[in-house]
Design a protein around this ligand. Structure first.
Ligand code: FE2
Ligand code: FE2
Length: 181
C-alpha cells in the first residue's frame, strides 16, 4: 500500500511480459557492469592476458543482451550511468590492490551471477528458447571465469574474506536495483 492508502500495482506480481523485460534489463546491466569492471582492471593491469580474455567475453555477453533488448523492446536500467562509474571504480580499485585482489573480485561477482543466472534458467519456460540458451551459455562461461580467477590466485589475495563479502553484497544490491529501476 502507498502512503495514500492506494494499492501499488508495481508491488504485485508483475505479469509475464514485465517479468521478461526485467530479466533482460538486469542481465544487460550486469554484463555492462562486467565490461566496466574489466576496463577498470585493465587500466591498471594493462598486460594481464586473463583479464583481456574475460573482458572480451563480457563484451560478447553485453552485445547479446543489447540485441535481446532491442528485439523485446526493453529499455535499459536508469542506473546505467551509475554502473558505468561503479563498475570501473570496482575494477580499478581491486586492481590497485594487486592481481590477486583483481581475481578475487571476479570470484565474488561470478558466484553471485552464477546463482542469478541459475534462478533465471529455472524460471524460464520453453517459450523463450533464445533467452534460455543465452542464460545457460553465459552461466557456464561465468563459471569458467571464476575457475580461471581461482587459478590465478584469487583466494590468496590479502583480506580475501573481507573483499569477497563486500563485493558479493555490492553485486547483489546492484542486481536488486537493476531489476527495479
Ligand atoms: Fe558476463
Ligand atoms: Fe564473467
Amino acid at each position: 500500500m502507498s502512503e495514500t492508502g492506494e494499492p501499488q500495482r508495481m508491488l504485485g506480481d508483475p505479469d509475464r511480459q514485465e517479468q521478461l523485460a526485467r530479466m533482460i534489463r538486469v542481465d544487460q546491466a550486469g554484463e555492462y557492469g562486467a565490461v566496466r569492471i574489466y576496463q577498470g582492471q585493465l587500466a591498471v593491469l594493462k598486460r594481464n592476458a586473463t583479464l583481456k580474455h574475460m573482458e572480451q567475453q563480457e563484451r560478447e555477453h553485453l552485445a547479446r543482451f543489447n540485441k535481446l533488448m532491442a528485439q523485446h523492446r526493453v529499455r535499459p536500467t536508469l542506473l546505467q550511468p551509475l554502473w558505468h562509474l561503479a563498475g570501473f571504480a570496482l575494477g580499478a580499485g581491486t586492481a590497485l590492490l594487486g592481481e590477486r585482489a583483481a581475481m578475487a573480485c571476479t570470484v565474488a561477482v561470478e558466484d553471485v551471477i552464477e546463482e542469478h543466472y541459475g534462478r533465471q534458467e529455472a524460471s524460464l519456460g520453453d517459450d523463450q528458447p533464445e533467452l534460455k540458451a543465452t542464460v545457460q551459455q553465459f552461466r557456464a562461461e561465468e563459471m569458467e571465469h571464476r575457475r580461471e580467477a581461482v587459478e590465478q590466485g584469487a583466494e590468496q589475495a590479502a583480506a580475501y574474506p573481507v573483499l569477497y563479502s563486500a563485493i558479493s553484497a555490492g553485486t547483489k544490491l546492484a542486481i536488486w536495483l537493476s531489476e527495479r529501476i
